[in-house]
Every structure is written in structure tokens, then in C-alpha cells.
Design a protein around this ligand. Structure first.
Ligand SMILES: [Zn+2]
Ligand SMILES: [Zn+2]
Length: 186
């Protein structure tokens, strides 16, 4: 593993920025990540940037819209992690999609992992540990034998304190999935 290719932003400086300046810092980071990708793919189109993603996902590369979406609630609570990891994560999707054969590649497959490691110098993680309490009313993921269930913080507390929940469909006891996917492929 090489060192991260983009500089580590100062967390205290980031935390002190107001909402508008925070978003400007995010856009600057996207620009820096984009410049890095242009070194290996000079014809890569510049992605649009939107902060309009809701729910549990941190970001999303949206090829139909032609850019990257970010979750503004999770961003404001996790600015440093967004700049360090989420921006490169989504930009890596953007780059892979525009490489030959990219649209056919698996979202977090070999090509994407290679870009994360070799270009950005980062571990290719696909989950996040952000507290999604404010971004999603039912942020906790549980799984049974047949589907995924979303729990509110209150229900999650009850489950943690020993109450067993069963799926109405398959009757299996629900199991907590502690990690949320960082994004969902578009
Ligand atoms: Zn079930
Ligand atoms: Zn992803």
C-alpha cells in the first residue's frame, strides 16, 4: 500500500467551516481527485457534483446524470472522512465507468479496487460507519433469511437490549448488520 495520493485535510479546519465553505471544500476535493484521474485518462469528462443524496448512502456515482452525488447530512457530520475516502471512492467509480469495458465491470470489482489502491493509495472499502441517525429515520440494517430490514434507533435499542425480532415472511430471527454500504451502484 502506497501513501494516500491526495493530501490529508486538517480536521479542525474542516470542522470549523460553515455549510457553504464546507461544500466548497468538498467541490475542491472532487476537483483534485478529478485532476489525479486525468493523469491516467486525459479525456475523462468532468463530473457534475450534487449534494442531494438522502438516506444511508454517503455518495453515488450517477452516470445517467453525469456526475457524483453526495449526502449533505452525512457530509456535514463526517467531513474529513468524506474528503479522504468518499470522494475518491465515487471518483474511482467515475473513472472506471469511462475506461474501456468499464460499464460492464462490477461496481466494486477488480478495476475499481485497482484504482483505489494504485491511483488514490487507499484501501478499497465499500462500507462506512457513519451514524446515519439524522440522515435516515431507520438507519439500522437487519437481515433474515429472505430480505433486509431497516430499524429505527428506538427499535434497534430494543433489539440490543435482548428483544428478538422475527421476520414475518420467513420467521427467522433478525441479525444485525453493523455496517452500511457506502454507496449503491447506480
Ligand atoms: Zn425473512
Ligand atoms: Zn461504491
Amino acid at each position: 500500500m502506497t501513501a494516500p495520493a491526495l493530501p490529508d485535510p486538517d480536521p479542525h479546519w474542516l470542522a470549523g467551516l460553515d455549510a457553504e465553505a464546507g461544500r466548497a471544500a468538498l467541490r475542491e476535493r472532487v476537483e483534485a481527485a478529478y485532476a489525479l484521474c486525468r493523469e491516467v485518462h486525459p479525456a475523462l469528462p468532468r463530473p457534475g457534483v450534487w449534494l442531494d443524496l438522502r438516506g444511508r448512502s454517503a455518495g453515488q456515482a450517477h452516470f445517467g446524470r453525469g456526475g457524483l452525488r453526495f449526502n449533505p447530512v452525512l457530509f456535514d457530520e463526517n467531513r474529513h472522512a468524506f474528503l479522504v475516502e468518499v470522494v475518491p471512492h465515487e471518483m474511482a467509480h467515475w473513472l472506471v465507468h469511462h475506461l474501456e469495458g468499464g460499464p460492464q465491470a462490477k461496481p466494486h470489482g477488480h478495476e475499481w479496487r485497482t484504482v483505489m489502491r494504485r491511483l488514490f493509495g487507499l484501501a478499497p472499502r465499500t462500507t462506512h460507519r457513519f451514524d446515519t441517525g439524522r440522515a435516515s429515520p431507520a438507519p439500522h440494517r437487519y437481515r433474515c433469511g429472505c430480505r433486509e430490514h431497516a430499524f429505527t434507533a428506538r427499535r434497534h435499542d430494543l433489539a440490543r437490549s435482548g428483544r428478538a425480532y422475527r421476520c414475518r415472511h420467513c420467521a427467522e430471527t433478525l441479525v444485525y448488520m453493523g455496517l452500511r454500504d457506502l454507496d449503491e451502484p447506480s
